[in-house]
Design a protein around this ligand. Structure first.
Ligand code: NAD
Ligand code: ZN
Ligand code: ZN
Length: 375
């Protein structure tokens, strides 16, 4: 028996340029090509990276379908695909590996040099989505704020069907990024001290990762008391509201709590000013991990004399050095066992019609993650 696969139309949140609200449009979704799968999306997280795009912080092809933290069900597969079949539950990765560059061959796909996901394109340089005959670009080749996506098969990772879609969506960005920054990048050992600057979706996942790794103390810094309260629920042992305080004043408090400065500092906001705070918060030999992404062309000033004399390290963390096929099922297992309470990150669920309001939640300093659900 042969089944025919046709093009589809899907509702999608389209962003036409910085400063503009997203609008909902019907877009055409192509038939999956060789090595591709088409996914019926069920949930999309609302991540700080989407907000950077809406704010025009980074240059991207336009118009863009927003969302890169998504999960759903495989609807159909293209020629040659044997790894997945219709009905499989999948988490999408926003940095699909090319599978052929030297980084991919060495198993370090988070530094793949052949992926076209940052151009919002499939490996063959096309986009599977169009609107009134005009190309539209799924953000990071995902575009999860739409009812359907077409992605390369290596961008869709099967997970157990009993993991709820909203939880699964968060595994695709904030959880992989935050837990991976601790476990894969910093390689934090039990008993080491850590500061996390920013307790939003990503920062809270860093706190969860630090608890998993056995860090002590875990100090959360934020300007919002509600976010700090949530951080304590995820395992932060101390909370510092830095609003209106100088870096030196906060650094002094951290030194008292840690016996001279933290072993690790993670920035999870994406602001130049808070990235610059990391070295003063650290002890000698400490490690600063850049997870938050600043706007492009905004250099950071660091006192490199002090940095070198103190023997400190600066790590850039992309996607928590995640290997999606290895790490997404592992993170789902830690959720199912209760060791990563990802569901508690979700403080609000909204339908796609309320996508602009979902970003307003975030701008208003809403704690935790809002998830957009596609019914
Ligand atoms: N490196 C990666 O691979 C990667 C992956 C995903 C997201 N990110 C980046 O991580 C950053 C955070 O994303 P998110 O989704 O958690 O955003 P978010 O808006 O949910 O969280 C930001 C948090 O920072 C707090 N904050 C704001 N200004 C502050 C200040 N001056 N001092 C202390 N706290 C402050 C807010 O109250 C909020 O709790 C973004 O820059 C995003 O692009 C990076
Ligand atoms: Zn993200
Ligand atoms: Zn590659």
């Amino acid at each position: 028996m042969t089944t025919t696969i046709d093009t589809l139309t899907a509702r999608a949140a389209v962003h036409a340029g910085s400063g503009q609200e997203m609008t909902l449009h019907q877009v055409e979704v192509a038939v999956p090509g060789p090595g591709q799968v088409r996914v019926r999306l069920r949930a999309s997280g609302v991540c700080g990276s989407d907000r950077h795009v809406l704010d025009g912080d980074w240059t991207l092809p336009s118009p863009t379908i927003m969302g890169h933290e998504g999960a759903g069900v495989v609807e159909s597969v293209g020629p040659g695909v044997t790894e997945l079949q219709a009905g499989d539950h999948v988490v999408l990765t926003w940095f699909y590996p090319c599978l052929s560059c030297s980084a991919c061959r060495e198993g370090r796909s988070w530094v793949c040099t052949g992926s076209r996901s940052e151009e919002c394109l499939l490996p063959d340089g096309t986009t599977p989505l169009s609107m009134d005959g005009q190309a539209v670009y799924p953000y990071l080749a995902v575009g999860s704020m739409a009812e359907y996506a077409v992605v390369p098969v290596q961008a869709a990772v099967r997970i157990p069907a009993d993991v709820p879609f909203d939880v699964a969506a968060l595994i695709g960005c904030s959880v992989a990024t935050g837990v991976g920054a601790v476990v894969n990048d910093a390689e934090v050992k039990p008993g080491r001290s850590a500061v996390v600057i920013g307790s939003g979706g990503v920062g809270l996942c860093i706190v969860m990762g630090l608890r998993l790794a056995g860090a002590e103390p875990i100090i959360a810094v934020d300007v919002n008391d509600a976010s700090l309260e949530l951080a304590q629920g995820f395992g932060a042992t101390h909370a510092i509201n830095s609003s209106g305080r100088t870096t030196e004043d906060v650094a002094r408090e951290i030194r008292e709590l840690t016996d001279g400065g933290a072993d690790y500092a993670f920035e999870a906001i994406g602001r130049v000013e808070t990235i610059q705070q990391m070295p003063p918060f650290l002890t000698r030999g400490g490690t600063a991990v850049v997870v938050g992404l600043p706007p492009q062309d905004r250099p950071v000033a660091l006192d490199l004399l002090a940095f070198a004399e103190n023997g400190q390290r600066l790590l850039g963390s992309n996607y928590g050095s995640t290997v999606p096929a290895r790490d997404f099922p592992l993170l789902a297992r830690l959720y199912r066992s209760g060791r990563l309470p990802i569901d508690q990150l979700i403080t609000r669920r909204r339908p796609l019609d309320e996508v602009n309001e979902a970003f307003e939640d975030m701008r208003a300093g809403a704690r935790g993650r809002t998830v957009v659900l596609h019914e």
